[in-house]
Design a protein around this ligand. Sequence first.
Ligand code: ZN
Length: 136
Amino acid sequence: MHEWALAEGVVVSALDEMKKNGGTRLKKIRMRVGELQRLEMDAFSKGLEAAFYSHRPATDSVEVETVTEAAALRCRACGKEWLFRDSLETLSEERAEFVHFVPEAARAFLRCPACGSPDFEAVRGRGVWLDSLEAE
Ligand SMILES: [Zn+2]
């Protein structure tokens, strides 16, 4: 499962980072999850549990904090950057909901607020990162 692989990746990179700094017990990790990263949080949490379990004892009790990173879009025509959620406010509720669940559909409905071009890209808001960690 995609979520499990991501969770394992986060835990392994946290442990690498911890070891580089001489730590032996992971106490806390803080992750950033992009708003456009469609992550099944339930599956991701279970994946984290499994990853922590398989890397004991360094991961006996780890606190996990997740922050959502707001997605930003950039117009390829004029360079304007804006927040994805600001765009959603300009759409009808029905369309906003659709775009929220299918970000790829954004292109069909959204336009650059500065020049009206439909040619834009996501510059932030995808992926899962390890933001910081605490260890001892
Ligand atoms: Zn533009």
